[in-house]
Design a protein around this ligand. Sequence first.
Ligand SMILES: C[S@@+](CC[C@H](N)C(=O)[O-])C[C@H]1O[C@@H](n2cnc3c(N)ncnc32)[C@H](O)[C@@H]1O
Length: 279
Amino acid sequence: MVTGVDETAVADHYTVDGLGMLILDALKASGKLNTLSPIDLAPVDEFHMGGRIATQHIIGLMNLPRNANVLDVGCGLGGVARYLAAECGCRATGIDLTAEYVRVGTMLTERTGLADKVDLRVGSALYLPWPEATFDAAVTFHVAMNIADRPRLYAEIARVLRPGSPFAIYDVMQGPKEGLLFPLPWAETEETSFLVTAGEMRSLLDNAGFEIVHEEDRREIALKHHRDRLAAQSAAGGPPPLGLHLLQGPTASLKSRNMVNMLEANQITLGAIIARRRA
Ligand SMILES: C[S@@+](CC[C@H](N)C(=O)[O-])C[C@H]1O[C@@H](n2cnc3c(N)ncnc32)[C@H](O)[C@@H]1O
């Protein structure tokens, strides 16, 4: 169930009509369509700074056992969920507000042969439709910046996790300098953007029953990744057919320029946290 004005505005922001065909056409143009594997989708299905490299690093910090039952909150197209299934041998369940992402993500899961290990469904992170202690681990990548009610978000995730379970967070946070530029990849205006500082994040997690076991600032790493990507594109004479521009509409380059400018100016930062639900 999608509730509240903010959630509808968020889902509208991310919805791209005909996204499935756009992605399939780009895969065809890249010669990948007939032999599709999860890694081929990484340019488009890892909608967070640093893409697949960030996913590998952060999921690696969790030390997940094979067959762990992992929840991906705000799964988008399901790139992280498919990574968990294909590379870590986990069962992954994703939940996301944006019905179009879940539809296209489910099609991509089927095409990569992972339908028995990955389940994506439409819903709100604030009303998780599972009983308490359902999951062995949870992740959320670049989602919470759309969520105003952070206490409820982390309380819901704590509720569905078994005591002692790891929870990985990779999020954009408010930096030490004032001011935001819009549009951004996650919001057209400040009406659907709700950043917190790293200090506020620590209190939120503590209050929800999590203990932080690892924390890192990935701002410099993300900026380097961005510069390397721009250099590769310029050497290749333009962006490849498959990329995050397919998800961001006509203002795609302005959105990523604004984000990078704010990272450089310390108006935003990027945090990765591994927390553990207290027993
Ligand atoms: C920038 S995308 C990141 C998607 C994915 N985590 C990834 O890294 O590729 C943000 C996602 O968060 C989802 N989202 C935002 N607010 C949400 C909420 N309250 N409940 C569920 N999903 C939400 C959006 O629909 C969108 O798919």
